[in-house]
Design a protein around this ligand. Structure first.
Ligand code: FAD
Length: 383
């Protein structure tokens, strides 16, 4: 068993770390928003290009660099050491291409996938509804076949990037008698389709601004269905599995930065004549964060390794997400405590990590729901 990163991935990690230290960390005080200012985005993307990482996660057949999951993990991990990029939009080395779009074929590929890769179109992913979040099987949005079109009706809530999307990948019930498996299908709908209306953004404790989208008799041609009818739940899970490993990688970056900040502050801040770093209670907080960071890194790299071998990573992806999100939130909390009043200050990135990581335990599958899904695997494995 070799625990060393392959040389080219270790080098990649080093380069992205330098980029983050030079380009992102110095700017983080001025980027507290769900979206980068266009001018800054251009500057950062240009600096990113110099690193040779454009489209690093896009398959080679679509003009990208086709990096495997382990390489993607180290890039995500390093980018997440800084709060300069919006927590749910860290796409500095190219656009965000949802894995589902790679299933498109023929003219649909020309109209949607390729423009996204070229950065000409943007998309959003709409599964959640006012009455269906963790449990997509209870969604009420329907897509009813009417000759050669589907008619979509319903409301989606908390949709990230809906305000700037050109089209939405929306999930709707195509068979009311079936639950999540077999009853849900995915569709592509242009945001300017008659009957589709953008609602208001949610006002949250984090900087993100996810939107509502209303579908009122929205008619889309059959070819706008992605894959087979009834395959929607599986498609969403495929997308979410990659996202869960990504959450783990993100948490590694957050924990590492929190450790960097907490140790340097503990060494220089004196109380009662001694640096905080000399106190056992403080050391214990640092050691616990260090231990959990180590556990998480092993977990995430292992999941990425399995993913790159084409193996089933559902269990690993669940663990990466809920363990990573939980422990990175605790690491941010400890870092905040060690900083005292300064930990609450907007001059430092800690309060932002604290708010963002709290939110991560809810989005893309709350921790309890992922534990429930993992329990099914545990019960089946050890029965
Ligand atoms: C900032 C942000 C961005 C988002 N972006 C998107 C997006 O782009 N697209 C999209 O489709 N959705 C998006 N969401 C929605 C997000 O994925 C949902 O909020 C999440 O899945 C939880 O659904 P819910 O809020 O309806 O909570 P519910 O499903 O109502 O659950 C509420 C709580 O109940 C508990 N719970 C639920 N089920 C169980 C169970 N079986 N056992 C024990 N406890 C349980 C959990 O603690 C959970 O937090 C976003 C949300 C936010 C806040």
């Amino acid at each position: 068993m070799d625990f060393q990163l392959p040389e080219e991935i270790a080098l990649l990690k080093q380069n992205v770390r330098r980029f983050v230290d030079k380009e992102l960390i110095p700017r983080e005080r001025h980027t507290n928003s769900h979206r980068l200012e266009p001018e800054l985005e251009t500057t950062l993307k240009e600096a990113g290009k110099q690193l040779g990482l454009s489209l690093f996660d896009v398959p080679e057949e679509f003009g990208g660099q086709g990096f495997g999951m382990l390489a993607r993990v180290v890039v995500w991990e390093e980018l997440s050491r800084s709060t300069a990029l919006p927590s749910r939009a860290q796409h500095i080395f190219g656009p965000d291409v949802s894995p589902i779009l790679y299933q498109l074929e023929g003219t649909m590929r020309e109209r949607y996938l390729l423009p996204v890769i070229r950065g000409e179109k943007r998309s959003c992913f709409a599964q959640t509804e006012p009455d269906a979040g963790s449990d997509p099987g209870s969604m009420r949005t329907t897509a009813v076949r009417d000759g050669d079109v589907y008619v979509i009706n319903g409301t989606k809530r908390f949709i990230t990037g809906a305000d700037i999307a050109d089209f939405v990948q929306v999930f709707a019930k195509t068979d009311a008698a079936k639950g999540a498996r077999g009853g849900i299908s995915a569709f592509i709908v242009d945001m300017n389709t008659p009957g589709l209306k953008l609602g208001a953004p949610a006002d949250l404790m984090i900087d993100d601004k996810p939107y509502e989208i209303f579908f009122d008799n929205v008619r889309v041609p059959l070819e706008n269905r992605i894959g087979q009818e009834g395959a929607g739940f599986g498609q969403a899970q495929t997308w979410l599995n990659t996202g869960r490993i990504r959450h783990g990688a993100r948490s590694i970056g957050v924990m590492e930065r929190c450790l960097e900040l907490a140790t340097s502050y503990a060494k220089q801040r004196k109380t009662f004549g001694e640096p905080l770093a000399q106190r056992q209670t403080i050391q214990s907080m640092l050691v616990d964060s260090y231990l959990e960071l180590h556990q998480l890194r092993l977990m995430v790299y292992h999941a990425a390794w399995k993913f790159d071998r084409g193996e089933d990573v559902r269990a690993e992806a669940y663990m990466c997400k809920f363990f990573g999100d939980e422990r990175s939130f605790v690491a941010a909390d400890r870092c905040m405590q060690i900083h005292g009043g300064m930990g609450l200050s907007k001059e430092l990135p800690i309060e932002r990590f604290f708010r963002d990581q709290r939110s991560m335990m809810i989005t893309e599958g709350p921790n309890e729901v992922l534990r429930m899904a993992l329990a099914r695997i545990v019960l089946a494995t050890y029965a």
